[in-house]
Design a protein around this ligand. Structure first.
Ligand SMILES: Cc1cc2nc3c(=O)[nH]c(=O)nc-3n(C[C@H](O)[C@H](O)[C@H](O)COP(=O)(O)OP(=O)(O)OC[C@H]3O[C@@H](n4cnc5c(N)ncnc54)[C@H](O)[C@@H]3O)c2cc1C
Length: 331
């Protein structure tokens, strides 16, 4: 058995039968021929969106392929092909250095590029789908390459076809981005906007990078020190009518419009109102600066984190009648 502790950010002491690192896509063909994908397997990037509640009885495949290549450009856009194993923040740094606009609000998100379409990563009013051009993948059943257009990825809020119909059926090898060469920022998100207003110089990509990293560091744990997978729950989407009823009892309840019928609530606020912020049970806890983040202070087991998240789900449901679902993959 091999320890999974260095392969994920929750720092849970779980094991797997084997761990294989993919450095080159040709290895995937060999693994398919060897029948690895007909047995129990799990694909990982940096493991920053997974909670192990038990050992993994199979092979963990870690994507480590590297490369960022410009494949086309015109006067407005540049098209970059990025290997699945590139660190997301290495890629965002490349874009800041080259003045390519579009993914700057997603700076600081842990993980690898190949995982980014799986849950359509998002932050500060921007989602991956806004700049994703194509996903290149290999079918684990046939070994054939397939290109997914943005539309074919069926992106939703922290969701895509790779979390649903094609979960464990494709390995993402590369992501193609369409980024703007023309200076343009997305500053509509209130928390970001108010920080930008405080700057007394013209906004640049590197200034925005600094600002976003400052905001993130003030709210999120440092994964080198505390185990975590970031926001543990998705923000729930509920009917406007239910929101109006709740608002009469909780006037400070925050909501974001979705459409005529639905609004999105802040799961962290609901958890906070239920009194969980800063709660700790052994080494499993709720981060004191952000109630949406569950943490492992050292030796928590995956089961202990699971017991805690289920208690939180129950208390939010009992108080508001709202089910909050994990954003994190649970094994
Ligand atoms: C401190 C912290 C802050 C975070 N902040 C944010 C945030 O602001 N916004 C946000 O959206 N997320 C956030 N996250 C969650 C996480 O960083 C993202 O979901 C990230 O994209 C996960 O990347 P990863 O490589 O670690 O994925 P992993 O956890 O390794 O994998 C995630 C899923 O993708 C699948 N997968 C991985 N690689 C491939 C591949 N090549 N082909 C097919 N399937 C694959 C895995 O099987 C798994 O189901 C945060 C996490 C942490 C710890």
């Amino acid at each position: 058995m091999k320890s999974l502790k260095p392969c994920h950010t929750f720092q849970i002491d779980a094991q797997s039968e084997d761990i294989i690192e993919i450095q080159d896509n040709s290895q995937i063909e060999i693994l398919i021929k060897e029948g690895i994908f007909q047995r129990k397997f799990l694909i990982l990037g940096s493991g920053s969106n997974i909670l192990f509640t038990q050992d993994f009885p199979g092979t963990v495949i870690i994507m480590n392929t590297k490369g960022i290549h410009k494949i086309a450009e015109n006067s407005t856009y540049v098209y970059l092909k990025v290997s699945a194993g590139e660190e997301w923040d290495h890629f965002t740094q490349y874009c800041v250095d080259n003045q390519y606009y579009g993914i700057e609000n997603l700076i600081g998100i842990p993980g690898k590029v190949g995982s980014s379409p799986v849950q359509n990563i998002g932050a500060y009013g921007v989602e991956l789908k806004d700049t994703l051009f194509q996903v290149h993948a290999i079918s684990l059943e046939t070994g054939k390459k397939r290109i997914f257009t943005n539309e074919q990825c069926q992106f939703g809020y922290r969701d895509s076809i790779f979390k649903n119909e094609f979960k464990n059926r494709f390995i993402i090898t590369d992501v193609i981005f369409e980024l703007s060469k023309i200076r343009s920022f997305h500053l509509e998100y209130a928390a970001l906007n108010s920080e930008i207003q405080k700057l007394d110089q013209p906004l640049t990509l590197s200034l925005l990078q600094e600002t976003i990293l400052r905001i993130r560091n003030s709210k999120l744990p440092d994964i080198k020190e505390v185990g975590s997978a970031g926001s543990f729950f998705k923000n729930p989407i509920i009917r406007k009518s239910q929101f109006e009823t709740l608002k009469s009892e909780y006037p400070k309840l925050v909501s974001y419009p979705i459409d005529e019928e639905f609004v999105k609530l802040a799961a962290g606020q609901l958890i906070d109102i239920c009194g969980w912020k800063g709660y700790r049970e052994g080494d499993a806890g709720v981060y004191p600066l952000q109630a949406l983040v569950l943490v492992n202070y050292g030796h928590a087991t995956g089961k202990e984190i699971q017991v805690l998240f289920q208690k939180i789900q129950k208390s939010v449901f009992d108080r508001f009648g709202i089910s909050i679902e994990p954003e994190v993959n649970i094994w």
